[in-house]
Design a protein around this ligand. Sequence first.
Ligand code: GAR
Length: 187
Amino acid sequence: MKRIAILASGSGSNAENIVQHFKNHPEISVSCIVCNRREAKVFERAKKLQIPSYYFPKTDFYQTDKVLQLIKEEADWIVLAGFLLKIPQNILDVFPNNIINIHPALLPKFGGKGMYGMHVHKAVREMNEPETGITIHMVNENYDEGAVIYQAKTPVSKSDTPEDIAAKIHQLEQKYFPKVIENTILQ
Ligand code: GAR
């Protein structure tokens, strides 16, 4: 069995979708959800889904091996699902080719520091982009620059608000992320 640790910081709609996808999967399972924000909604989802969940403050990620030790014991792969901290070097060293991230835009556009969640969709609106999408990519030491595994696009119409764009992105994430994770792990 290949085991996935999901790292999340917020609502956890992707985390939930991934857990559901791999429920009863013969070769892949989600072993835990790790989160750096105590109040994040992802904890409620983890409880409902009966997946072990762990809170670590930011300092535990960057100044200790606590998170690394947990993930090393619990998982073979790491999936970032709306996780907003940069992955620390100690984790990258142990999981050099086994971390997958989803970004809610067509990288290399709208990536980098401060570009997450609604900030991305607002920027897409402000730049009058004719299309946007999702990027699923490997995480390496150059965070937003890891190899692209998969991109899916959606048109942006002139009347779309940032909220409309977010809804379109959410649909793409729900449709593609679990399947792309599955294909990547099994290849
Ligand atoms: C998702 O849209 C994900 O692509 C994005 O955060 C959202 C999390 O939603 N990730 C980033 O912006 C990373 N830079 P969720 O908590 O409901 O899965």
